[in-house]
Design a protein around this ligand. Sequence first.
Ligand code: IMP
Ligand code: MG
Length: 175
Amino acid sequence: MPDVLITENEIEARVVELAREIDDDYATSDELILVGVLKGSFIFLADLARRLKVTHRVEFIAVSSYGESEDTTHSGAVRLLMDVRLDVSGKDVLIVEDIVDSGTTLEYLYRVLKARAPRSLKTATLLRKPDRLQVEVEVNYLGFDIPDVWVVGYGLDWAERYRTLPYIGKIDPGG
Ligand code: IMP
Ligand code: MG
């Protein structure tokens, strides 16, 4: 099993804090839409959303990066696999991500949703690897900054494995 990087209790405590911040910031909003990025954010989104007191709706969006496929010529490019169902124009939209690595995915999603004229657009991510950032992207709600290691659990995978570990663990993908 992967070594523990962030415990279940540490995650829970941080999620509670983030939910409080979001509740405060959106207290006057009656049009908050959480947009979870599949698949990695599904557990973070579920826990965060259930802690929120502010009324909100939940949507999902799915992307894949060409870097994950054989097509190395497009590495870093992002493709929309599944769109949200709601019209987000005039709404308060909060993108909920699992992890910001190079920043490419979140920056892409920010651009796609921004083009639909939401009333406001912000970002939340459980994890971020500051040493890996290549693209400028603002994170409004951050769980944890982590070192440049491959992490799994709490929604995050390695080749689709370990998503349902209750903690954030680290693995060595090479060995
Ligand atoms: P970015 O576009 O480079 O920021 O990559 C973000 C995406 O890469 C995330 O949404 C994850 O799907 C995946 N990813 C990056 N680092 C990790 C990791 O350490 N574990 C699992 N998935 C990761
Ligand atoms: Mg992701």
